[in-house]
Design a protein around this ligand. Structure first.
Ligand SMILES: Nc1ncnc2c1ncn2[C@@H]1O[C@H](COP(=O)(O)OP(=O)(O)OP(=O)(O)O)[C@@H](O)[C@H]1O
Length: 247
């Protein structure tokens, strides 16, 4: 299938701290690739460089073979890369359906100011409801977003990510703050995306990571120390050492 994303020799420092240290990693088309690592390993800094929120000092990022290292976030989004969860995009005083409608409009390149008019268009409304249905929120469509629970907000974020129809989804800690029942539901939802989108998942919940990932890369001090299947990562001594070292 080939690689949808190639990260080549990426470096990013903050003062004396090397948050990204000669990082090389590839995400195969259609795979769910998780990046795990101890606190402060550089996961957020990596995803920020992939979304375009931060610029690497050196190194290259290729999306479908094209060098996107210097492109701003909106250009990357247009090419088919979306980042979700950690930077929330929900507008709390709008309805649940309007939030999804906004994402659909953004994809189609309309101005957000026309959301009311556009929502009345049957097609957009139907599509929005369809995405909400896929995350189990169709019955909440007309509610104010602020009235929903944290778990429901996370599912809304997923609906918005789906509405972007991105080929590459950067999922930044989708389980954060979820209870165990909600986490299970989120894992089930994310499983339904497998194969349809290429996914780079950053997540602290190891049960979720090992349940979902096709491959896992382990980041320590900004550097990938191992990449492999969940079983290979479980059995890897350097990985065990890195985690045991943390505890
Ligand atoms: N803007 C910044 N200025 C200075 N140092 C930073 C900045 N952003 C990140 N760092 C440092 O870079 C390192 C990597 O941070 P990063 O947040 O990417 O790690 P992380 O793996 O996402 O951590 P966590 O799992 O706790 O979210 C840390 O030492 C952090 O303190």
């Amino acid at each position: 299938m080939g690689d949808i994303l190639q990260i080549q020799g990426l470096n990013k420092s903050f003062g004396g701290i090397k948050a990204t240290d000669n990082l090389t990693l590839a995400v195969e088309t259609g795979e769910l690739h998780a990046v795990i690592g101890p606190n402060g390993a550089g996961k957020t800094t990596l995803i920020s460089q992939l979304s375009g929120a931060q610029r690497p000092d050196t190194g290259r990022i290729l999306f479908k073979g094209r060098d996107i290292t210097a492109l701003p976030t909106h250009r990357r989004a247009h090419l088919g890369i979306t980042r979700s969860f950690q930077i929330t995009s929900l507008i709390m005083d709008m309805s649940v359906l309007d939030n999804v409608a906004l994402a659909l409009q953004a994809r189609e390149g309309h101005s957000f100011r026309f959301v009311q008019a556009a929502r009345s268009v049957d097609g957009l409304r139907r599509k929005g409801l369809d995405y909400l249905d896929r995350v189990g929120l169709a019955d909440k469509a007309e509610q104010q977003t602020v009235a929903l629970s944290h778990g429901e907000h996370r599912r809304m974020e997923l609906a918005i990510a789906l509405a972007s129809e991105a080929e590459l989804m950067l999922l930044d800690e989708p389980m954060a703050g979820l209870g165990s029942q909600e986490s299970h539901e989120m894992v089930d939802l994310l499983r339904t995306l497998k194969g349809k989108h290429s996914i780079l998942l950053i997540e602290h919940d190891m049960d979720a990571v090992f349940a979902l990932a096709d491959r896992i890369s382990v980041l320590v001090y900004g550097h990938i120390i191992a990449t492999g299947t969940p079983q290979e990562i479980r059995d890897n001594e350097a990985v065990q050492h890195a985690y045991l070292g943390e505890e």
